[in-house]
Ligand binder design. Structure first.
Ligand code: ADP
Ligand code: MG
Length: 638
């Protein structure tokens, strides 16, 4: 039984202290995974150095070269001497310093790690100094510091990442993938350092890949301008600001309407004290803030800066520094959800028809060949607010400009309606149809919800608007209203209960019955009166009066299922939401119900009173709006 490790025991100890380069390579394993992690560390250093302009040059997705040049404080020869040394840092001196770290780096590990797995060079000239200097390190071989011409600031080059560790190099992906990760990092850092309202304090970023400009933001750009530059106007135009301060935490930023939500969290950006971070708690904050308006499984889009006293944050958790640990999580959580939710509810939740028309056009392959039509005169002026419905046969029922009003079809919506609903307030929106928010608010106030409405397939309601038309899904809208009204009643503690003449008996089994018994008080608060009736059966005596097509058994089963799954009380907020969703869905007008003109109008009046009426509680749209601009595009009038 001779282990190979002990064969040469006589020659000396088996244990040896690792060489510095091996130690650094091990550390690099934690910090440096790919070009994007190199970039992140270099950007952190440039930011910590107080730079106002930072330039990034990449070759081959950063695998060949990552170079970061800054105009920060720079390093003198003595600093350069130590820069590649492990645990050499200017940002931390004493153990107490760990409690109030304000800089991005502090471990003094990054440069040493990089130098162990790549060919590195630093060129630097301290601000106000006459001369610059440089130092190189390659695979643990450190060169001497030599004088060199350099602009004020620092240039750090990291070439041929993992050239000496082929096993790790193999984990790198295609150039485009690595580049995308690098871009993600720069964009996050760029969004982390916007200018303030006065245009001061921002950092400018420029990225070149293979010598070509890939991205840039000016130092003077604020957060909104940076989001626009990074993600485009379509998103930027819809963002709703978020602002709040509770004395110990401050939040500022933007949230996007729920329809921008996506499967990944890449457009969910949190910044804590100026540092981009991903954090499970903050992801949950957003989920809660969008509760009820987001399709399940999608992640909202938001850009949020959070400022906390550094003493309440522990950044020392993970070497990659994307995670932090927050103290006093609970009260912070409530404050954040509340503040963000207010803004989410202000976002424009209308579902634009425009995108559908766009995809229609793309499918038809006409995207490029726009015909130039003569100025569509009538569409531009007052008569632009007239809409013509064309019977299925195809021929227009009336020439443009005149507005006879045939009776509304009584056959469930196969007829046609021509109407003129110039708002009584007078002002017609601009012919472009893209009414400014102010104008929209204007006509909304004078909109008397006057019909006629067209019901299509007993499911969709069509209504002309001064600046276009909207299609409403009657079931989705009604569901949303029942839900909102129920939620309000529960919130105010006065749910009206509708008592059943004879209690409905529901066979539940012992375990579920025990849940019902345990939570009967909380169930009553949400309008459900239910009590055990025998060993395995529950008797339902009352349900919320709002629920129009009561199916007490289904409601109780739903509730029990949710309580059992979540282990929470029925009036816990998320349980309540789910229960109310289901209840309102069950009780709603169904697709397929015939609605007459006055009940449609009543429905829309309730919707207006409720406010939140653009999506059903499952976040499917309740309304899709087509503007005149959309129509003009669809008919090639632009
Ligand atoms: P850390 O950032 O954790 O201190 P690094 O290895 O990233 O560790 O950097 C080591 C030190 O080198 C820093 O503390 C800083 O003093 C100096 N340094 C690195 N990059 C720059 C830069 N771009 N400008 C000025 N000093 C820098
Ligand atoms: Mg650093």
């Amino acid at each position: 039984m001779t282990g190979s490790a002990s064969t040469d025991a006589s020659n000396g100890p088996r244990i040896a202290v690792l060489s510095e380069v091996v130690r650094n390579q091990i550390a690099a394993g934690e910090v440096i995974e790919r070009p994007a992690s190199v970039l992140r560390e270099l950007l952190d250093n440039a930011v910590d150095a107080g730079s106002s302009r930072i330039t990034v040059d990449l070759e081959e997705g950063g695998m060949r070269l990552v170079r970061v040049s800054d105009d920060g404080i720079g390093m003198g020869p003595a600093d350069l001497e130590l820069a590649f040394q492990a645990h050499a840092t200017s940002k931390l001196r004493t153990p107490e310093d760990l409690d109030h770290i304000a800089s991005l780096g502090f471990r003094g590990e990054a440069l040493a790690s990089m130098a162990s797995v790549a060919r590195c060079r630093i060129l630097s000239r301290p601000r106000g100094s006459e001369m610059g200097a440089e130092i190189t390190e390659e695979g643990g071989r450190r060169g001497a510091v030599t004088p060199a011409g350099a602009p004020e600031g620092t240039v750090v080059e990291v070439r041929d990442l993992f050239y000496n560790t082929p096993a790790r190099r193999r984990f790198l992906k295609r150039e485009q993938t690595e580049l995308a990760r690098c871009m993600d990092i720069v964009q996050r850092v760029a969004l982390a350092h916007p200018a303030d309202e006065s245009g001061a304090g921002g950092i400018g970023f420029t990225v070149n890949h293979g010598g070509r400009r890939a991205f840039d933001v000016e130092p003077g750009m604020d957060l909104a301008a940076r989001v626009r530059r990074t993600f485009g106007g379509e998103l930027a135009d819809t963002l709703e600001p978020v602002e709040g301060d509770n004395g110990s935490a401050r939040i500022f930023g933007f949230v996007a309407p729920p329809r921008f939500a996506r499967r990944d969290t890449r457009r969910q950006m949190w910044f804590l004290n100026g540092r981009p971070l991903k954090d499970k708690v903050l992801t949950r904050v957003l989920k809660d803030a969008y509760r009820g308006v987001l399709v399940h499984g999608l992640q909202p889009v938001a850009f949020l800066h959070l400022w906390l006293d550094p003493e309440t944050v522990d950044v020392n958790v993970h070497p990659a520094k994307t995670e932090v640990r927050l103290r006093d999580e609970r009260s912070l959580f409530g404050f954040l959800v509340h503040t963000i939710r207010e803004s989410v509810m202000r976002t424009d939740m209308a579902t634009p028809g425009e995108s559908m028309l766009d995809s229609l056009r793309r499918r038809e392959g006409r995207g490029e060949q726009r015909e130039t039509l003569p100025d569509p005169g009538p569409m531009r002026g007052q008569s632009a607010i007239q809409s013509a419905w064309i019977p299925r046969g195809g021929a227009p029922s009336a020439p443009w400009g005149s507005a006879p009003t045939p009776p509304v079809a009584e056959d469930g919506g196969d007829g046609f309606v021509v109407q003129d609903i110039a708002p009584s307030g007078g002002a017609a929106p601009a012919g472009s149809g893209a009414a400014s928010p102010g104008e929209e608010a204007g006509w909304h106030e004078v909109d008397d919800l006057r019909g006629p409405y067209l019901q299509v397939a007993k499911t969709y309601l069509v209504r002309a608007l001064p600046d276009g038309f909207e299609i409403i899904d009657q079931h989705a809208l009604h569901e949303r209203l029942t839900f909102e009204e129920l939620r309000r009643e529960v919130g105010e503690g006065k749910v009206e209960i509708q008592r059943l003449l004879t209690p409905e008996l529901v066979e539940l089994g012992r375990a579920d019955l025990a849940l019902v018994a345990e939570h009967s008080e909380a169930l009553r608060r949400i309008g459900i009166e239910v009590e055990p009736f025998g060993e395995t059966t529950a008797a339902v005596h009352g349900i919320p009066a709002r629920i129009k097509r009561p199916d007490p058994e289904a409601i109780v089963r739903d509730v029990v299922a949710v309580i059992a799954r979540t282990g929470k009380a029925p009036d816990a907020e998320d349980v309540l939401e789910e229960v109310l969703h289901r209840a309102s869905c069950r009780s709603s007008i169904m697709a397929g119900d015939r609605l007459d003109q006055s009940s449609i109008r009543a429905l829309l009046e309730r919707a207006r009173a409720a406010g939140t009426d653009q999506t059903c509680p499952h976040a499917r749209p309740t309304r899709v709006k087509f503007t005149l601009a959309d129509l003009e595009k669809a008919f090639h009038r632009t």
